[in-house]
Design a protein around this ligand. Structure first.
Ligand SMILES: Cc1cc2nc3c(=O)[nH]c(=O)nc-3n(C[C@H](O)[C@H](O)[C@H](O)COP(=O)(O)OP(=O)(O)OC[C@H]3O[C@@H](n4cnc5c(N)ncnc54)[C@H](O)[C@@H]3O)c2cc1C
Ligand code: SF4
Length: 584
């Protein structure tokens, strides 16, 4: 049942489980629990979203069908992108402390950020769970790869992930669909990388290169997954998890429901439900549940816990350790692009592919031999997809350069008419880009807390971030930049722009910009140093669970979402088990 929330006045029903958030973590929890017959209520701050609903479709539209040719008006990645939100949402601020920086990305819609994520789906490997044991830095997870493996297997089969089994130790094999073939620029990257000893493999991403059931179509290679797929061929929590959860009849989805806090019984200390503000009529409601699962994203889950203060939990809920909000970490990121003269004046043909890269490089070096302790993987871009709308192309920075012209003579940058057309024909498809996504060393001093002086437009106290990169991450970014140049040169290419240097931390993205924030309610065996036990159950409140990236102890040199999904599945099955045993 989907309830657009305005007519809910006072909830009398006591749900078996109330879940806050319908993204990767909340979607998987709702799917797993409702398929098992449990009565679930999902509170979602945003509106409903179905990529096949004609009013939402932006896929296959031409740039000229948007008022600003698709360039960004309100959405950070352009008006065709399926993100209803961004780093800044009107009336929902967050603040930063002591001159530090953190940018917090939120998508408020059913499915959350999974409607437009990159869909790069990488398992954490054995080392990613045990970093402290390896080099003494950070902390170990209370679980290891072997605990997660069965859940990764099942998630990959359920959502559909393509890739290849390469037998890599810390980038484990999986249950993969066939990968799409590398395209010309990717073949050239592979050839260059082979020359300089950098491994390159088919990427691992959540698009259906083969049909897996009757509910979802097969990818038809339009290259536009960021707009959300009307054939449901890319994985989004909205279409692959929430929709079937609602179809069971066991999930009540309440949209426009901005959770304010978890309500607890003052005597038992157990969670009894969640209060929320209806974002349409600004009224306050409560929904009751025997179990509460927070999955509103790592940042928002910390905010909810810290805002859930009571006489019994004066420091915020599940926060007897004082650890809620601490150990926040985002992936490191740096990027570089290059132009490849061998690709000038390319023959035109359709090579769109999936919406993203067909190849990638997992971390390939030994940190013991380097001056930074954690690795990164490389994501590649390029090819002849639909020209970027409003950003990312920049022909004027190419056609003014003598080394790029046919006769070696400088031509004025910019231009119009037939001269500009010639330039496009020459340069289009000759661009490549690469981005490193790496692991930071987790620090207690990187945190979010409640800002005592600021509330959002719903009257809910907001988060205040405190985050700094350390030398480890800066040195890692330097290594990324050196590697990117080496690859571009090995391709006979010319790096674009000035190489980032120490003056800007080697192009290291500001914290939060890579949108992989994790760790704000970390799991552990010791209730004094962690918020959750190894089943993502709060040490302090046995019927309270977390199913997003807040339980992560560290980031891994991988993107987080496949692990959020696998962890949420594991947590949900633990809830089912505990219910059966009468423990919760
Ligand atoms: C452009 C982009 C590219 C990305 N690419 C990748 C990638 O390639 N690979 C990868 O692994 N990850 C990627 N990510 C990150 C990925 O999207 C997130 O890791 C993942 O979506 C997190 O899942 P979640 O369930 O924790 O949170 P979300 O998906 O953000 O879902 C949280 C949900 O909770 C709702 N909510 C928030 N607050 C409240 C509240 N108070 N009350 C009720 N509901 C609330 C939100 O509206 C939202 O629907 C990318 C993200 C972006 C934006
Ligand atoms: S590339 Fe494939 S999965 Fe992505 S939007 Fe296009 S058809 Fe759908």
């Amino acid at each position: 049942m989907i309830n657009d929330s305005v007519n809910i006045k006072a909830q009398t029903e006591v749900f078996d489980v109330v879940i806050v958030g319908s993204g990767a973590g909340g979607g998987m929890a709702a799917y797993t629990l409702s398929k098992a017959g449990v009565k679930v209520c999902v509170l979602e701050a945003g509106q409903n979203f179905d990529p096949a609903d004609p009013k939402n479709i932006t896929q296959l539209k031409w740039p000229y069908e948007s008022p600003r040719r698709g360039a960004s008006t309100t959405r950070p990645f352009g008006d065709f992108d399926a993100a209803y939100g961004g780093w800044d949402i009107e009336g929902q601020p967050y603040t930063r402390k002591n001159g530090t920086s953190f940018d917090w990305f939120r998508s408020q819609m059913v499915g959350g950020r999974t409607n437009h994520w990159g869909r790069i789906s990488l398992r954490f490997g054995p080392d990613d769970f045990k970093r402290k044991s390896i080099d003494g830095l950070g902390d170990d997870w209370p679980i290891g790869y072997e605990d997660m493996k069965p859940y990764y297997d099942r998630v990959e089969k359920l959502i559909g992930v393509f890739g290849t089994n390469e037998g890599l130790r810390n980038d484990p094999d999986g249950q993969f669909l066939p990968p799409p073939k590398p395209r010309l620029h990717e073949l050239m990257i592979m050839k260059a990388n082979k020359k300089i000893g950098i491994p390159t493999y088919p990427s691992r991403m959540a698009m259906l290169t083969k049909k897996i059931n009757d509910e979802r179509g097969k990818c038809f290679y339009c290259g536009q997954c960021g707009r959300a797929c009307m054939a449901y061929a890319d994985f989004s929590a909205s279409s692959v998890l929430i929709k079937p959860a609602v179809a069971t009849g066991n999930t009540t989805l309440i949209t426009h429901a901005m959770a304010r806090e978890v309500i607890t019984d003052p005597i038992t200390g157990l969670a009894t439900g969640v209060s929320y503000v209806n974002t349409l009529n600004l009224q306050e409601y409560t929904v009751k549940g025997k179990v509460v699962v927070l999955a509103a994203s790592a940042g928002e889950t910390a905010r909810l816990l810290l805002n859930s203060k009571s006489s019994r939990f004066s420091n915020g809920l599940a926060n007897s350790s004082g650890v809620v909000g601490k150990y926040l970490n985002d992936s490191t990121g740096a990027s570089r692009s290059g132009i490849i003269p061998a690709l000038f004046d390319r023959k035109r043909y359709n090579e769109d592919g999936v919406g993203g890269m067909h190849i990638y490089t997992p971390w390939w070096l030994d940190n013991k031999k380097l001056d930074f302790p954690r690795g990164y993987h490389i994501e590649y871009g390029g090819g002849m997809g639909m020209p970027g709308y409003g950003y990312g192309w920049g022909i004027e920075s190419m056609n003014g350069k003598p080394e790029f012209t046919k006769d070696g003579k400088a031509k004025a940058a910019g231009g119009y008419g037939s001269s500009l057309k010639e330039d496009y024909a020459r340069y289009y498809g000759a661009y490549i880009g690469m981005a490193g996504r790496g692991e930071p060393v987790v620090r207690e001093d990187n945190y979010c807390e409640i800002d005592p002086n600021t509330v959002d437009k719903y009257g809910i106290p907001v988060l205040r971030f405190h985050y700094k990169w350390s030398d480890y991450e800066i040195k890692q970014a330097k290594h990324m930049q050196d590697t990117f140049e080496e690859i571009i040169h090995a391709m006979g290419g010319i790096p674009m722009g000035k190489k980032p240097g120490p003056e800007n931390n080697y192009g290291l993205a500001e914290p939060g910009k890579i949108i992989h924030e994790v760790g704000t309610a970390r799991m552990g065996n010791d209730p004094k140093t962690s918020v959750l036990n190894s089943n993502c159950q709060a040490h302090d409140v046995k019927n309270l669970f977390v199913a997003d990236a807040a339980p992560f102890v560290s980031q891994g040199d991988k993107n987080a979402t496949l692990t959020i999904l696998a962890l949420s599945l594991r947590t949900s099955e633990y809830i089912l088990d505990q219910r059966k045993k009468g423990n919760i």
